[in-house]
Design a protein around this ligand. Structure first.
Ligand code: GLN
Length: 197
């Protein structure tokens, strides 16, 4: 059976997620048909979804305007997997602490946007992630940090701050796994790729 994957493509790192999903699927022998989601009506056909980084204020506004927002919420309510990265985490959070972000409230965390300071706007760090046997090369770009964690489970911390979490079918990272060519986090998000059990 071919799985249908959607990459939310209203704005942000779309092509990289398409490639990362194809690579992760190939690594577990799954066939996948990846679609870019620009309008309502596509998400209901998707078995799995990625919500990329970009600019969270713009992404959240466009998701509401297009009607995609409620379809993403229905997807998660149905227990289908969502992988939200960087700005995607901000949009998926319970509280972005910024009135310009219209949160989807799918991940029970608050976030602080641009939490890692101007002098370290972008950096790469080897990150220990629960569920992965070896550190992940995490690329942070004006990344948020997670705080005020409710029901979500923290999977990784950097500088003492949570940067990856799971809440039911949603996996989320403050960094950009789609930029590294390493399929392990997409595998963990979509194909139960826990290497440690
Ligand atoms: N700083 C961006 C925001 O707050 C997120 C950056 C990213 O997705 N790379 O929306």
């Amino acid at each position: 059976m071919t799985l249908v994957a959607g990459v939310v493509a209203v704005q942000g790192n779309v092509a990289e997620h398409v490639t990362a999903i194809e690579r992760a699927a190939a690594s577990v022998g799954e066939d996948v048909d990846v679609r870019e989601v620009r309008e309502a009506g596509v998400v209901p056909d998707c078995d799995l979804l990625a919500l990329p980084g970009g600019e969270s204020t713009t992404i959240s506004r466009l998701l509401r305007e297009t009607g995609i927002a409620s379809e993403i919420c229905a997807h998660v309510d149905d227990g289908e997997p969502l992988f939200a990265t960087c700005a995607g985490l901000i949009v998926a959070s319970r509280d972005a602490r910024d009135d310009r972000v219209d949160e989807l409230e799918l991940v029970d965390v608050a976030v602080e946007r641009n939490a890692f300071g101007r002098q370290r706007d972008s950096f790469e760090a080897p990150l220990e992630v629960d569920g992965l046997a070896q550190p992940f090369p995490a690329v942070f770009i004006r990344a948020p940090a997670i705080d005020d964690v409710g029901d979500a489970e923290v999977l990784a911390t950097w500088d003492g701050r949570p940067v990856a979490a799971r809440d039911g079918p949603v996996l989320t990272t403050a960094f950009h796994p789609e930029l590294t060519g390493d399929p392990r986090l997409h595998r963990l998000a979509f194909f139960d790729g826990d290497e440690t059990r």
